[in-house]
Design a protein around this ligand. Structure first.
Ligand code: C2O
Length: 580
C-alpha cells in the first residue's frame, strides 16, 4: 500500500489543531439535601449541589476533558452521576450506573468522573441510583461545537429544561408504587410541570434575532407537548445528532429526549407570546382533580406589556420525529449481523406487586457490578450466563451491525434509551400494530433518524440498529423512572474482551474504594462467585412467579388475606406474650 507523505501530514495537522484548543473543565460537586418550591405549591427537600438547587448545568466544548469531583453529603442515600447520551468511548467505567459500571457512592464518600467529550450537542446528567433523580439531582449538559453546521442560522442559544414534578420524595413513592397495594402498577402522577425548574418563565428576546432553544426533558415520567404561540420551530438537533432543519409547530418530547429548535423573533415588539409545555395525560392511569398539566413561559419582547394566558388548542398534533434526516446523511445499516428481540410486558409476581419484563425476565441488579464481572472473568466474559439471569444480559461481538426489535405488549407508551450509542430508527409502528413483522413493514428510510431515546407506541413496536463499535457495558431501559424500578431494563455487554484490554489496568482506585465502603463485591459472576463462574447460586433474583391457575387478581387477593392473617397471628402473639 502506497501512503504519500501528504496523506499522512494532513490528518496529523488536523489532529494537532483540534487538540490545541481542548481544555480541561473541572466541576466540584458536593451533593446534599436542600429545600425548594419550584411550582409554588409546596416546599420539599431536594438533592442539590453545593447547597444550590436547581443544580448547575455542565458546559464544555467538543474535545474537552471533563472532570467532575463528586462528594456525597446526602447522609442517607448512595448516589452516582450518569452523563446521559455521552458515548464514553474508551471510558465506559465513567458511565455512572450503579450495579453496572460502578458501586453507589455511599454517604461520606467521593468519586471522580473523568472523560473526554468528542460529541457536540444537548445532553443531561442525572444520578443513576434507583429511582433517585426525580428528587432533583438532574441537570442539563451542553457540549458546544466550534464547527456547528447551523451556527450561522442563530444569534444566541437558550437552554430550556422541561420536567414533571412531585411533592413527595421518591423513597416513599417507590415503596407504595412497588407494592401489593398497587397491583395494577399505576404510576404516581406528578403534581406539576416545570420549565427551567420554575413556572411562568420569562425569556427576553430581541426583535429579528434567531434563538437556538436547547430543550431537554429531565422528567421522571411525563412526556410533554411543546409549542410556541405564533412562532414556528425549526428542528436542528435531536439527542446530540444534527438534523436537516425541519419545521414543526409542536413537538413531543419524552422523558430523557432532547430537541434543539430555531425560533426567530418577530420584527416588532407590540406583544409578548406564550410558549407551553403540556404533560401527556395518556400516560396517567387516573388524572387527579385539579392537576394543571401545563407549564407556561413567555417570549418577552417588551417588559411593560402583558403576558397573555396561553390559548386553548384543539388537538395535540406533534411533529413525528421519525421524519427527521440526520445532517451527516449516515446511510441505513442494512446488513444486520445480530438481532435481539425484546418483548415487553407488565405482570404481577408472587409478592403481588406489578413488574415489567423483557422476554419474561424482570431486571434485578447483580451483586457484582456487571463491568467488574467483565474485568474479573477472563475469557469467560463472553458467556452471558455469568451475568445472571435477572440482568437480561446480551453479549455483543465487536464491529457488527446490531438490531434491537422491541415489541410492546403493553397499552402504555414507553421512551427507550440505550447507553453508549445513538441508534438508527428503522421503523416505528402506530398504536396497536402488534409485534414486528418484517413482511408487513414499510421499507426503512435510506438515511434514518438517529437518537438515543425513542418512544414506542402502545401495543406497537420499533426496530433500532447500531454498530457495536464502542466496547462497554451499556443499559437499555425505559426512561420512565417507575419502570426502571419495576425492572424494564436489559444489559448490553459489548465486546467484553475489548473492554478488558481497554480498562484492565486503568480503573481508578475510587471505584474499588466506594465498593469497599458500601460492602459490595467486585470479583466474579453476578452472584459474586469466583471459582465456578457457572454457579449462580446466591444471585439476586426476582420474587417468584404466580403459580399456574392463579390469576393476578387472585394472587393479589391471596396476598392480602395472608397479610391480614399474619397481622391476626401477630396480634394473637402479642396478647399471648403480654405479661399479665
Ligand atoms: Cu438517562 Cu440509563 O439513563
Amino acid at each position: 500500500m502506497a501512503l504519500s507523505l501528504s496523506n499522512f501530514l494532513l490528518p496529523l495537522a488536523l489532529l494537532l489543531s483540534s487538540t490545541a484548543r481542548c481544555a480541561t473543565v473541572t466541576y466540584d460537586f458536593d451533593v446534599g439535601w436542600t429545600y425548594a418550591n419550584p411550582d409554588g405549591q409546596r416546599t420539599r427537600p431536594v438533592m442539590g449541589i453545593n447547597g444550590q438547587w436547581p443544580i448547575p448545568p455542565i458546559v464544555a466544548t467538543k474535545g474537552d476533558q471533563v472532570i467532575v469531583n463528586v462528594k456525597n453529603s446526602l447522609g442517607n442515600e448512595s448516589t452516582s452521576l450518569h452523563f446521559h447520551g455521552l458515548y464514553m468511548n474508551g471510558t465506559s467505567h465513567m458511565d455512572g450506573v450503579i450495579a453496572v459500571t460502578q458501586c453507589g457512592i455511599p454517604p461520606g464518600s467521593s468519586f471522580t468522573y473523568n472523560f473526554t467529550v468528542d460529541q457536540p450537542g444537548t445532553y443531561w446528567y442525572h444520578t443513576h441510583e434507583r429511582g433517585q433523580y426525580p428528587d432533583g439531582l438532574r441537570g442539563p449538559l451542553i457540549i458546544h461545537d466550534p464547527e456547528d453546521p447551523h451556527q450561522d442560522l442563530y444569534d444566541e442559544e437558550i437552554v430550556l429544561t422541561l420536567s414533571d414534578w412531585y411533592h413527595d420524595l421518591m423513597h416513599g413513592l417507590l415503596a407504595s408504587f412497588m407494592s401489593v397495594a398497587n397491583p395494577s402498577g399505576a404510576e404516581p402522577v406528578p403534581q406539576a410541570a416545570l420549565f427551567n425548574d420554575t413556572q411562568d418563565l420569562a425569556v427576553r428576546v430581541e426583535p429579528g434575532k434567531t434563538y437556538l432553544f436547547r430543550m431537554v426533558n429531565m422528567g421522571a415520567f411525563a412526556a410533554q407537548y411543546v409549542w410556541f404561540e405564533e412562532h414556528t420551530m425549526r428542528i436542528v438537533e435531536v439527542d446530540g445528532v444534527y438534523t436537516e432543519p425541519m419545521e414543526a409547530d409542536m413537538i413531543y418530547l419524552t422523558a430523557a429526549q432532547r430537541c434543539s429548535v430555531l425560533v426567530t423573533a418577530k420584527n416588532d415588539t407590540s406583544a409578548n407570546f406564550a410558549f407551553v409545555g403540556s404533560m401527556d395525560q395518556d400516560l396517567f392511569d387516573a388524572v387527579p382533580d385539579g392537576l394543571n398539566p401545563n407549564v407556561t413561559g413567555w417570549l418577552v419582547y417588551d417588559d411593560s406589556k402583558e403576558k397573555p394566558a396561553p390559548k386553548l388548542i384543539d388537538a395535540f398534533e406533534p411533529f413525528d420525529d421519525f421524519e427527521l434526516v440526520p445532517y451527516d446523511q449516515e446511510e441505513l445499516l442494512d446488513r444486520v449481523d445480530h438481532s435481539i428481540t425484546l418483548d415487553l410486558k407488565m405482570d404481577n409476581l408472587a409478592d403481588g406487586a406489578n413488574y415489567a419484563f423483557f422476554n419474561d425476565i424482570t431486571y434485578v441488579h447483580p451483586k457484582v457490578p456487571t463491568l467488574y464481572t467483565v474485568l474479573s472473568t477472563g475469557p469467560n466474559a463472553t458467556n452471558p450466563i455469568i451475568y445472571g439471569e435477572n440482568t437480561n444480559a446480551f453479549v455483543l461481538a465487536q464491529n457488527q451491525v446490531i438490531e434491537i426489535i422491541l415489541n410492546n405488549d403493553d397499552p402504555g407508551k414507553h421512551p427507550f434509551h440505550l447507553h453508549g450509542h445513538a441508534f438508527q430508527v428503522i421503523t416505528r409502528s402506530p398504536d396497536d400494530a402488534g409485534f414486528y413483522d418484517p413482511a408487513n413493514t414499510p421499507e426503512p428510510p435510506s438515511t434514518p433518524m438517529r437518537r438515543d431515546t425513542i418512544l414506542v407506541r402502545p401495543n406497537g413496536h420499533t426496530v433500532l440498529r447500531f454498530r457495536s463499535d464502542n466496547p462497554g457495558v451499556w443499559l437499555f431501559h425505559c426512561h420512565i423512572e417507575w419502570h426502571v424500578a419495576s425492572g424494564l431494563v436489559a444489559t448490553i455487554v459489548e465486546s467484553p474482551l475489548a473492554v478488558q484490554a481497554q480498562l484492565m489496568d486503568s480503573i481508578p482506585s475510587d471505584h474499588w474504594d466506594v465498593c469497599a465502603a458500601a460492602g459490595v463485591p467486585t470479583q466474579g459472576n453476578a452472584a459474586g462467585n469466583v471459582g465456578d463462574l457457572a454457579d449462580l447460586r446466591g444471585a439476586n433474583v426476582a420474587p417468584g412467579r404466580i403459580p399456574d391457575g392463579f390469576t393476578a387478581r387472585g394472587i393479589v387477593a391471596l396476598v392480602f388475606s395472608c397479610i391480614s392473617a399474619l397481622v391476626g397471628l401477630a396480634v394473637i402473639g402479642w396478647y399471648g406474650f403480654k405479661p399479665v
